[in-house]
Design a protein around this ligand. Structure first.
Ligand code: SF4
Length: 253
């Protein structure tokens, strides 16, 4: 039996930004020759790896500030930085971020307990499955489940940004369908500034969101990507696939 296709928040976001980009990233293997390492991915992944270990109750080797710093050095990804100086600057900023994060946990212990870290959830939506990798899920004493998402690039976050964030809505849908009896909320932590904001989708909104994802998913899966014409947009300037799109006779730019 053929495996059911999967859609993730990243795939959906890419498609909504540009269906041609979605083609080169996920459908047409020629795209992979144009992908370039990005410093912000390396920075974010390095921090995520350490935070995963710090909050994983099964991993007792990364609990103190010193252990966190050692784990950070071991986890550092140096791909995509334009220079050694830029990398050293990012590395030291990451150290400060992690130090603050760890200290805060000791000063103000969280009321919620971590249920899991870095886990992929899956929800069967008929023609495809929605999947999403959750950075951390906590549970409060009253049974409320909280999806926690770390953002390493943002300078802050507001509640309406969480409320309207596609990935956070997908995560809430995935968690709610897996744990239907429990209240679910989502929190974004902006690691650079330690700002955080929380929002929760009501059941009606979640149902409407589910049906929009289903409709969009069918469009994404059934579209003829060969016939797409690339359309010039601001995103093109920093897109890895610009050289490919420039080959299209109707692409202006
Ligand atoms: S260069 Fe522009 S049109 Fe082409 S894939 Fe990237 S964003 Fe889309």
């Amino acid at each position: 039996m053929a495996r059911k296709p999967t859609l993730s928040p990243t795939k959906i976001t890419t498609y909504l930004a540009c269906p041609v980009k979605y083609r080169w990233t996920y459908i047409d293997s020629r795209g992979k020759f144009y992908l370039r390492a990005k410093s912000y991915y390396s920075f974010g992944s390095s921090l995520h790896r350490v935070l995963e270990r710090f909050h994983d109750s099964n991993d007792t080797g990364v609990t103190t500030t010193d252990e966190v710093m050692t784990a950070y050095e071991e986890s550092w990804i140096d791909a995509g930085f334009p220079s050694a100086e830029a990398m050293a600057e990012a590395f030291s900023e990451g150290k400060e971020i992690l130090q603050r994060h760890v200290e805060e946990q000791f000063i103000r212990p969280r009321e919620a307990k971590t249920v899991f870290v870095e886990r992929q959830l899956r929800y069967d939506m008929g023609e495809f499955a929605l999947i999403g990798r959750i950075d951390r899920m906590d549970e409060y004493p009253d049974g409320t489940l909280e999806v926690v998402d770390y953002k390493s690039g943002r300078q802050g976050v507001e509640q309406d940004e969480v409320q309207n964030d596609l990935a956070m809505s997908c995560y809430q849908l995935l968690v709610k369908r897996k744990y239907p009896e429990q209240k679910v909320q989502a929190t974004i932590i902006a690691l650079r500034t330690r700002d955080s904001a929380t929002a929760s989708l009501e059941e009606k909104t979640l149902n409407e969101f589910e049906s929009s994802v289903h409709q969009l998913g069918l469009e994404m899966l059934n579209r003829d990507y060969e016939d797409l014409t690339p359309v010039k947009k601001p995103l093109c300037e920093r897109c890895d696939f610009l050289p490919l799109c420039k080959k299209h006779p109707e692409f202006e730019g």
